[in-house]
Design a protein around this ligand. Structure first.
Ligand SMILES: Cc1cc2nc3c(=O)[nH]c(=O)nc-3n(C[C@H](O)[C@H](O)[C@H](O)COP(=O)(O)O)c2cc1C
Length: 167
């Protein structure tokens, strides 16, 4: 069985901490941590199941390392691949762009034939607008707000992994 790629920038502190918890929880037989800062198209395309770490930066944008890499996937066919996305954000400072990057990435993936899972109900989250919110009231992935609600992170994360039957 191919491993799940947990792709995260190793230069982050908060996002990397989450990636490490996921990696430790799933174990090295099931999952592999991959650095988003130096990933190649070939390496990215070699997996079938992914957990992507997509924090939101710059008022509703992808962080630089994803923004620079995503164009390399423009010509790729992501069909047959499944992506779960978690994203750090700050609902107090950015209530109109809360975790937007999750939605930007999820839509890119689906437009290129990939499937997203781990859609999360919006209950318990406070925000005004978010590109990560689907028409069905679920987020495209798992929002985490370690800046304001760090005490909720572990429970949200474990609930998310359980919802995808990874626990
Ligand atoms: C310059 C800047 C812009 C940000 N823009 C947003 C935003 O538009 N939406 C949001 O939800 N969070 C935003 N944030 C909050 C970050 O996503 C949050 O602090 C997160 O924990 C960063 O995770 P990282 O350090 O692992 O990348 C922003 C933070 C900074 C410093």
């Amino acid at each position: 069985m191919k491993k799940i790629a947990i792709i995260c920038s190793f230069n982050t502190i908060k996002s990397k901490r989450i990636a490490q918890i996921i990696a430790d929880t799933l174990g090295s037989e099931k999952a592999e941590l991959v650095n988003a800062e130096d990933i190649t198209t070939e390496k990215f395309m070699s997996y079938e199941k992914y957990i992507l770490s997509i924090p939101t930066w710059f008022y509703g944008e992808l962080p630089n390392y994803w923004d620079e890499f995503v164009p390399a996937l423009e010509d790729q066919n992501l069909s047959g691949k499944t992506f779960a996305i978690y994203g750090l954000g700050d609902h107090k400072k950015y209530p109109y762009n809360f975790v937007d990057a999750i939605g930007i990435m999820a839509q890119f993936i689906e437009e290129h034939g990939g499937k997203t899972n781990g859609h999360t109900p919006n209950q318990g989250y406070t925000f005004i607008e978010s590109k990560a919110l689907r028409a069905d009231g679920h987020f495209w992935g798992l929002p985490l707000d370690d800046d304001n609600e760090a005490e909720k992170t572990e429970e949200r994360l474990m609930g998310w992994l359980k919802s995808m039957k990874l626990l």
